[in-house]
Design a protein around this ligand. Structure first.
Ligand code: 0RA
Length: 641
């Protein structure tokens, strides 16, 4: 063996070891790569594979992507792009496709000039999906043939094999998530996948994305393809709202290293929905592109309102929040070198994007207002009203503050606080009604568990302006107890508890109150959800007594399972109507004891689907709500809104 060769081999071996170590690290610390090993992380696997195909579409070589959820729990992502290259990679001496699937960070982007701009979810690469799958199969059609390779736990089961001749190029990846990595669940949720694929189709005008779910009796699915892109996106978001003007504004601009596209429309809602994306990734922590967008918007509307004398000389300027009241906007940028920052890496950091977006909009948005004076006037009037209401809101907020100063330690009177002052150890249970509040108070460990009873229905934040919402007593108590403040003043560091646990009855009213509370948190304290501070307590529906021993069933299916395992024995089954019916010991054992309880951590898997859900459930369009509830009967049949 020549010297040159042995050096090459040495570096090949070193590379192989590096690869193995990389894959092992992914399996040891999966959360470092996919955020969590809960449902969100599981779905992340699909997004990662999908992103590679969407990249190929963005590069202009792929027009159709098909995602199939297989009966056996696998997911297949098939595209009609050029196919992942199969030629030998210079360093690894392995086919490029094998390298992409087994090397951390190789991604699909080893050939970086292949793409003008590239998404690739937070860039972790499809090798991460491979490492976290008990099996993965890839098929590439390229250079006149099919090529096939299989992997288990990220390790190739054999070399890349040439198959039958084939013409139409493309890539198909099928993977089966490893249940050892995802202990909670390896079941994909149709609605989550559906809404992400729809979102991708909106963001990539003209791209056809097909979803097929083969798990039921008959396959079901949907095909997404939007000629209008972001305009269709805004139309969809506003389907259950009432726009105050007809035409959806749409702008785009391209620069050397970035492209921007914006669509927007105002509705009579009091909330703002600004969804922003960088390379198809939802930047829900915002960033420079959003800043530029907001600045240009505020400026143009103030200028128009002044020029048309809608704002008088004596009036102050409209604030950004005023201008955006009721807006539904989608801001999408594609950047050559995206920098993602923030707690969840969903904040765009590229400073050049701020002025790029701002300048692009300064050129076109004022013009749009001039060309559509009727629409513009309505938008300005809405903003002026919002400004007036903002003053009222500030007064209400001051009232909350003053009120809290009057009450002892600044906390609401109904709160039974815990003695610990360490937020990391402290939890607050938000409980419906005084009687359940009483049980919970008896049951709790007062050292670190606080109880806040909420009486009656809390106000619906989708239907009321912030000033009204803040006048609501229950909301005031909630805000003061949590401690972070709200709106511009929100500060997560001031959270008094790191576990905010919603504990409502397992009935219709309980579900309603839970939805109202979640809607409020989603709209006004979303950072609490992002930080993983929000939980839903799981209390049992039944107690099952066998002799002197009591066990619990948390749902009907669970009850049936219990009955089956206890067959032949005398059972005393009792259904709980509300938390108040349980005695303190029972409530502690089943729901509150950190050692035994199960709680659901509220995760926002996707801003867009959350937006859709809350808007439909809580918005003013009754027929849209009814349709939604009928379509989703299994999940929300208990909601009587
Ligand atoms: C790099 C280069 C080329 C294709 C791809 C990546 C590619 C990757 C994926 C992942 C899923 N589907 C994909 N489709 C294509 C092509 C280079 C060339 O043909 O010149």
């Amino acid at each position: 063996m020549s010297k040159k060769n042995s050096v090459a081999n040495a570096s090949y071996d070193a590379k192989a070891i590096e690869v193995l170590e990389g894959m092992e690290h992914v399996r040891k610390r999966p959360s470092m790569y996919i955020g969590s090993t809960g449902p969100k992380g599981l779905h992340h696997l699909i997004w990662e594979v999908l992103d590679n195909s969407v990249d190929e579409a963005m590069a202009g070589f792929c027009t159709r992507i098909e995602v199939t959820i297989l009966r056996d729990g696998g997911v297949k992502v098939k595209d009609n792009g050029r196919g992942i290259p199969i030629d030998k990679h210079a360093k690894t001496k392995l086919p490029a496709v094998t390298t992409v699937l087994t090397t951390l960070g190789a991604g699909g982007k080893f050939e970086s000039d292949a793409y003008a701009v590239s998404g690739g979810l937070h860039g972790v690469g499809v090798s991460v999906v491979n490492a976290l799958s008990r099996r993965l199969e890839v098929e590439v059609v390229r250079e006149g043939s099919k090529w096939h390779q299989a992997f288990e736990y990220g390790v190739a089961k054999g070399p890349l094999k040439k198959g039958k001749p084939a013409k139409r190029t493309g890539t198909t990846i099928v993977f089966w998530a490893d249940p050892e990595i995802f202990p909670d669940t390896t079941t994909y949720e149709y609605e989550i996948v559906n809404s992400r694929l729809r979102e991708m189709a909106f963001l990539n005008k003209g791209l056809e994305i097909v979803l097929v779910d083969e798990r039921g009796e008959k396959p079901v699915g949907e095909t997404f393809r939007y000629k209008g892109g972001l305009v269709d996106f805004v139309k969809h978001l506003n389907a259950s709202r009432e726009p105050i003007h007809k035409q959806i504004a749409h702008f785009d601009a391209a620069g050397e290293d970035a492209e921007i596209e914006v669509a927007l429309q105002w509705t009579n809602s009091y909330n703002e929905t600004v969804l922003s994306f960088a390379n198809n990734i939802n930047t829900h922590e915002g960033g420079t592109h959003e800043e530029g967008f907001r600045k240009a918007l505020t400026r143009a509307i103030n200028e128009f309102a002044r020029n048309r004398n809608i704002l008088k000389d004596k009036d102050g300027n409209l604030g950004g929040d005023d201008v955006r009241e009721g807006i539904t906007a989608v801001v999408s940028v594609k950047v050559r070198h995206p920098q993602f920052e923030g707690q969840t890496k969903t904040k765009l950091g590229n400073t050049e994007l701020r002025s790029f977006v701002e300048r692009a909009l300064n050129q076109v948005f004022p013009e749009w207002l001039e060309r559509n004076p009727g629409e513009a006037r309505k938008i300005c009037e809405k903003s002026v009203n919002a400004a007036k209401a903002r003053l009222a809101a500030r007064q209400a907020r001051d009232l909350t503050r003053r009120k809290s100063l009057l009450e002892s330690a600044g906390l609401p009177g109904k709160l039974s606080d815990c003695s610990s002052k360490d937020p990391e150890l402290s939890e607050i249970f938000i409980v419906e009604g005084d009687s359940a509040g009483g049980s919970a108070k008896q049951a709790r460990n007062s050292k670190y568990q606080a109880i806040l009873p909420i009486r009656g229905k809390i106000i619906n934040v989708e239907k009321n302006r912030l000033s009204r919402v803040l006048q609501n007593n229950e909301i005031q108590s909630l805000i003061t107890a949590i401690g972070t403040g709200i709106g511009e003043e929100f500060d997560i560091k001031k959270a008094r508890y790191h576990k905010i646990i919603i504990m409502t009855d397992a009935d219709v009213d309980g579900a309603h109150i839970r939805t109202l509370l979640l809607t409020f948190l989603f709209r006004h304290m979303p950072t609490l959800i992002d930080a993983g501070y929000v939980y839903i307590a799981q209390s049992p529906l039944y107690s099952v007594k066998v002799g002197t021993k009591t066990t619990w069933a948390y749902n009907d299916q669970h009850l049936e399972e219990l009955k089956a395992t206890l067959e032949g024995r005398k059972l005393n089954i009792q259904r709980f109507k509300g938390l108040g019916e349980m005695n303190a010991d029972q409530l502690w054992d089943t729901t509150m004891n950190p050692g035994d309880r199960t709680m659901l951590q509220v995760e926002m898997i996707d801003r867009f689907s959350a937006e859709e859900t809350f808007m439909t459930l809580m918005g003013s369009d009754v027929s849209a709500r009814r349709t939604f509830i009928q379509q989703n009967a299994a999940d929300v049949r208990f909601l009587d809104i």
